[in-house]
Design a protein around this ligand. Sequence first.
Ligand SMILES: *[C@@H]1O[C@H](CO)[C@@H](O)[C@H](O)[C@H]1NC(C)=O
Ligand SMILES: *[C@@H]1O[C@H](CO)[C@@H](O)[C@H](O)[C@H]1NC(C)=O
Ligand SMILES: *[C@@H]1O[C@H](CO)[C@@H](O)[C@H](O)[C@H]1NC(C)=O
Ligand SMILES: *[C@@H]1O[C@H](CO)[C@@H](O)[C@H](O)[C@H]1NC(C)=O
Length: 440
Amino acid sequence: MKSSWVLNTLFVFVILVFFFLFVQGKLPSSTKHRQLQALSRKSKPGSKTTVVFNVLSFGAVGNGITDDSQAFNKAWDSACQSKKSALLLVPAKYSFMIQATIFRGPCKSRLIFQIDGALMAPDGPKAWKQKNGKLDSWVVFQSITGMSLQGDGLIDGRGEKWWNLHKRPEKAISFDFSFELTIRGVRVENSPKFHMAFNMCKNVHVERISIKAPANSPNTDGIHLEKTNNLKIYNSFISSGDDCISIGTGCHNVDIRNVTCGPSHGISIGSLGRDKSRACVSNITVSDSVIKHSTNGVRIKTWQGGSGAVSKITFQNIKMDTVLNPIIIDQFYCLDNMCPNQTSALSISDVSYKSIRGTYDVSGPPVHIACSDSVPCRNVTLSGVQLRPAQGKSLLKPFCWEAYGSIYTHPSSTLPPVSCLLNGPPKKIAKFDVDHHSQC
Ligand SMILES: *[C@@H]1O[C@H](CO)[C@@H](O)[C@H](O)[C@H]1NC(C)=O
Ligand SMILES: *[C@@H]1O[C@H](CO)[C@@H](O)[C@H](O)[C@H]1NC(C)=O
Ligand SMILES: *[C@@H]1O[C@H](CO)[C@@H](O)[C@H](O)[C@H]1NC(C)=O
Ligand SMILES: *[C@@H]1O[C@H](CO)[C@@H](O)[C@H](O)[C@H]1NC(C)=O
């Protein structure tokens, strides 16, 4: 009699806990659903329950000072080896300091990395334990298929003490060679350099995250992509001392939507083609977004001397608020003004700007399309571009160089009037351009 009373009370308690989590929305609906189902079936052995691996149970202290790396590694190893789907819990109300760590897959089943508390980097170079003298990334997720990194906790890169140094950890959070990833809800702040990077990943969904670093923190890009395909970034906030999002070589099928960006250097494709390298980027869409108080809006930047192609790029329904160069293509990208002129370049084609509205900073120009002398830009199209000076009345003249394309709204309703685009296909399509393009 007594033990069944205890069991019943326990059962009701467990139901209440899950109901609480459910109401709090801390678990994704599929997990909630599965857990409630599993509960109602009283967790038959072998049913698809989610097993929780709380880092506190692996010895983590969570006072923000103690090195909790080992506990995290143990929790990861157990979660990763779990045959049932695992939830690695970084609980709320605790701060966990961990050193540079690689969480390696492949794991036995899908995994949820739930950050409700704070995850903190070592506090600057003195606290950072070097591995082989290399400064690469702080937290790396490698070779993982099917993971959600989620929660409403904080990932704190504690970059302040790094920002005036040349050698710094390259990334706070890096996903390498990984597939089927969801990143949802988390806040990432003050990385020593890039905040979040995806390298050689596929099928990635980033949703409702926020990234924040001061406008004067150097090279603190929000999200950097490299050789990554089928990636979506939706409904997120990013402000930093460099690009909100930068898209490197080998990226295709990227969809960015409803991102509020700035202060920052804008959303960029590139830089590409440095040191005569080859780069291919295609099918990138940025839509329904806001870019504010930034040096650039939507930008494509390539170095002279590279090869490859950037094609099928759409910038659509973007509101600019006090942006220095809202629309910019720069094929003469150079950091020190000492780059010699080269005869080769990436080709840029099929770039469309639709409904780009708002204000530009008076030092503009609002439209700057500088393409390569040897490989002109092809099929650059503008429609519904309405950009006004943030202060004063003087309209700055758009700048174009070797830029071919068309305007699909009446020229007089395009603001500022853009008359510098050249008509039709360029007369000189270099042979190497065609060759290189076909190889991308
Ligand atoms: C855009 O993202 C914000 C922040 O996540 C969200 O509150 C808003 O509902 C989103 N808008 C749309 C149209 O999805
Ligand atoms: C372009 O990317 C989108 C996702 O952003 C995808 O749905 C579409 O199929 C891609 N188009 C091509 C031609 O690959
Ligand atoms: C490179 O070319 C541009 C014009 O295309 C010219 O103005 C500039 O002086 C050249 N720079 C060098 C270093 O030759
Ligand atoms: C120009 O680019 C647009 C997309 O930006 C595309 O729909 C159109 O087919 C292209 N035109 C040519 C002639 O390639």
